[in-house]
Design a protein around this ligand. Structure first.
Ligand code: CTP
Ligand code: CA
Length: 224
């Protein structure tokens, strides 16, 4: 519908998208989370669906919902649950976009009962979660794999390292340095870096517009 020719350039394509934060349980009533709203991932899902793609949207806890029959929303809580859902669908998709703000660590032990306050200080030991995107990169065949990177220093260098480490085709580097970009903001300033390390800085724009830019990268990939 968005295409000027009136065609649906992603018709027949299946796209897996991760979105939102993850919640890592401490006990039955507490968790470790982050401020991701899920908006970036949901915007990408909507733009992909408008282009005719069939979308599997695996999202951590968010207030957002979907209103498009081309999008199947799978709600999860933890990084482990997101990992399981992604691996369930990865074989069957053409494109994967990891827009989720996955927790890097989770409590090593989850208390079965609500933890009572006791001592003056309290320590939680954390262990690494699985890197979902890297695990998909390690098994990818023909899938076009897109990741995000959030960096505050040596942005380009760190993003390039993530491309290699996670076997990505494209990374969307999010710049927090610019005013009006990032978590809880309606706008993003991103730089695209492809697997050949071709760098393309984009203007500050709405998350919907960034989502459309990402979808256009996918369309270009299939046109080439
Ligand atoms: N990611 C993931 N699973 C994780 C952590 C990250 O799938 N356990 C994905 C994110 O969705 C994002 C990309 O990996 O697409 C990069 O996330 P980022 O937090 O920038 O990088 P990390 O690899 O976690 O490294 P660090 O936080 O140390 O920079
Ligand atoms: Ca991280």
């Amino acid at each position: 519908e968005r295409d000027i020719s009136g065609k649906l350039p992603l018709k027949g394509k299946k796209i897996l998208i991760t979105a939102g934060p993850t919640y890592e349980a401490i006990d039955p009533v507490r968790f470790i989370g982050n401020h991701s709203t899920g908006k970036m991932g949901f915007d990408i899902a909507n733009e992909a669906a408008k282009m005719g793609a069939e979308v599997i949207l695996v999202s951590g806890p968010t207030h957002l919902s979907v209103d498009n029959s081309m999008i199947e929303l799978i709600r999860v809580q933890s990084a482990e649950e997101m990992y399981i859902q992604c691996h369930k669908y990865f074989d069957s998709v053409d494109v994967t976009i990891a827009a989720a703000a996955v927790a890097d660590y989770r409590p090593k032990n989850v208390a079965q009962q609500k933890i009572k306050k006791n001592d003056e200080t309290f320590t939680i030991t954390l262990e690494k979660t699985k890197d979902i995107l890297a695990s998909l990169g390690a098994i990818k065949k023909n899938q076009f794999l897109i990741g995000f990177a959030l960096e505050t220093e040596n942005e380009i260098e760190h993003a390039k390292q993530k491309i290699q480490k996670k076997n990505l085709d494209l990374i969307v580097l999010n710049s927090l340095n610019d005013e009006g970009a990032g978590f809880g903001q309606p706008t993003n300033k991103v730089t695209f870096i492809d697997k050949n390390f071709v760098i393309e800085p984009m203007d500050l724009k709405s998350k919907e517009a960034v989502a459309l830019d990402i979808i256009n990268k996918i369309i270009q990939h299939y046109e080439a």
